[in-house]
Design a protein around this ligand. Sequence first.
Ligand code: PLP
Length: 432
Amino acid sequence: MSYKAYDDKNLGFTTRQLHAGYNPAEHYRSKAVPIYQTAAFELGDYDRCVRLFDYSEEGHSYVRFSNPTNDVLEKRIASLEGGAAALSLASGMAAITDTFLNLANAGDEIVAVQTLYGGSTTLLSKILPDYGITGRFVEDENDIESYEKVITDKTKAIYIECLGNPGMNIIDIQAVADLAHKHGIPLVIDNTFATPYLLRPFEYGADIVVYSATKYLAGHGTIISGLVVEKGGFNWLNGKFPQFESFYKEYENSIGREVLDREMFTKRLRTRFLMEMGAHLSPMNAFFLLQGIETLSLRMERHTQNALKVAQFLEAHPKVESVSYPGLASSPYYELGKKYFPKGPGAILSANISGGFEGALKVLENVRIFDYMVNVGDAKSLIVHPMSSTHFSQSEEECAKAGVYKNTLRLSIGIEDAEDLIEDLRQALEKI
Ligand code: PLP
């Protein structure tokens, strides 16, 4: 029998989440992806060592920047995303930070929306500016003119998220990608809340996708992990990215032009940032992440079905003032949701509870199945009061912009039985 599922691009998503990128014949025919728990690899002979270090030969030498277990994970996510290459990092924030560092030099700017995960906003507004890279924030993420207004000659990327947190707003990805390309810059998108099962941003023009794989991709809530995926084909030699021009010159004879033309972003990320600054995902966590990805499509289907049922229940409940979930016809993002998320717009929602802060607190203190946690995307249902946790450092005005009020609760709907989740919320709401 000849096993070919590892590189058959025509297979369906669920088949690929189990097989893509792993050829057992290259690993003693182990059916599980082996964990290469080693710090380094034996180099063989002198000539091979040189080939590994000038990248003319694919292989592994030191686990700060590559490992065969991670290699399977990277090929698998690239396949699921429809991209040319991927890289696995120790956290979502490491993936996002290294992406920005790969794109921008001191003096450059990144244009971003205001409805980002708090860590990404802080990175762009308070940390990277100290190193000369400035985040420029768009006034209204739904208005394409707003993006145009903050793009300058120094802009090196536009950065958005697939679903805003916790308001679950949806941006018109295709329109923003077209604008980015008009200016010769890439569109980078954090696809954490959707995963490639619900949304494949490359199909709408995005160039780089980043993940906190800690969330749905892993699903089991046992590891911190990040991924960067490159679509391939972006013209990094268009005069706006001197760092890629010098990298191309340095490696065109060893890595080769064909590979660089296809996946230069990932090659530079690995050889510059993972190699010299670290933050590669550990092989053990790469294995755990692969375990999670094996069931991604099945979990996401259940997550979104449950989320819609819970959102409908909450919207009809007299003790709930409003619910933000793009799967509800009442959502201002309902139409965009149908376009970009035909399988359902994720499973995170927020609800404003009657009775102000005290009402929200009553629900928080009385739920029995939902866990009180700042995390999202676990198979188990989670609940949090954003104003006193995820948005703690933001002013009331900034919170209001993100759709966070004193009585707002954010819910990450898990894959439990929907009836149990609804019953849990019903009895907690009755306590108000
Ligand atoms: N992106 C989003 C949308 C997130 O929600 C998070 C974390 O909550 C991150 C990035 C950061 O990921 P990590 O916690 O894996 O570093």
